[in-house]
Design a protein around this ligand. Sequence first.
Ligand code: FCB
Length: 440
Amino acid sequence: MEIPADFWLGAATAAYQIEGGAKEGGRGTSIWDVFSHQPGTTDRGDTGDVACDHYHRYESDIALMKDLGLDAYRFSISWPRLFPNGSGRINTDGVDFYRRILEGLQEASIRPVVTLYHWDLPQKLQDNGGWMNRDTAFRFAEYADAVFHRLGESVQLFITLNEPWCSSVLGHVTGEHAPGVQDYSSALAASHHLLLAHGTAVQAFRESGLDNAKIGLTNVLTQVRPASQTADDTSAAVKADVLLNRWFLNPVLRGNYPDLLHQLGIHQVTRQGDTDIISLPIDFLGVNYYHSVFVRNDPDNPLTGFAMFESGDERTDMGWGVDAKGLYEVITRVAADYGPLPIYITENGAAFEDHLNAGVIDDPKRIAYIRSHLAEVLHARADGVDVRGYFVWSLMDNFEWAKGYSKRFGLYYVDYETQERFPKASANWYRDVITTRHLK
Ligand code: FCB
């Protein structure tokens, strides 16, 4: 299968997952610093204090990207590295750090794709309610504006938020992620304020006059299928689709919340004019895709009324079912329901157990996963979906949130004792795909 010359092949990371240097260069504390240091929140008590030490090793990491031949690299900026207190005084050391990364990428001819918020909210803002507080949206717009003005010149794509679904649901309903809140009405408030933050940042971007870059939002999308064709299961699947996908698609791309969100009480936090801001036109949609689910009606579930099961026979190390077709379906459906609009697959990849044997890591399952998913993306493109790029999650093994360092997603294996990086077989395979622009 040929890969069109203008289709970007990239890899992705996020600040808290790779940088470390948690107390260096004037960086403030984020909610993930606080959360991961609380006992029982992450596997083996892992934290991002050191992570992959990318803060000190960014130059050699860019050399790895160059060696792979990446067309583009997606990374995130740590808000507390720029604004240690969340707002107010800007930390110029932080700005300089990202400027050096951008310069390094430019020298390596790799297009920078910058996520403004990949979950590391400054703790100072959390102390005032974090995303549950409407004010945070406006602090985000100030931070975004500073990034546009100080670092925007060479950036190709800006992503306002990474997966606001996760920030809302994992951060405020299940409490598996920072800030560890377990309260469903707080999650509704957080979700709305996150979307408002997105919209106000888009507004700031348009006013910044940056014309080299484009701006969008990244949602995690999960393909939903009813477990059976009974009316109960099909309507449960429709509901699950709203709660997993449309909650964060409709307000941005249609200017309104799905009815179910009104029934759940979203109007308690919305104000007149908010949806006009949230639905300001974006240039592209980022899609993160990992798996799909089957949904069965389940009256015993008091919160949602349904139960979800992984689909596919094979499972990754995260316990997620492997379903490449689901990626084709999800982007085809988004294009049909919300398009036309350019799409980038901003994350896709898999954790599998890796073993380092004399410097060699054989990871055929990861290769098979990436190959099958990338093939479906190219199919969708051939069938008319305007999908413009694909980013492997992740460039290297890193801090997988509540799972700590136990789950490895990287193309590069990281030996956390020595911080040495080793290309897995998947890295060599991906390099070959990028060089030949051919998917075998
Ligand atoms: C996504 C996150 C990313 C990574 C992958 C496995 O939800 O955006 O940071 O943890 O999952």
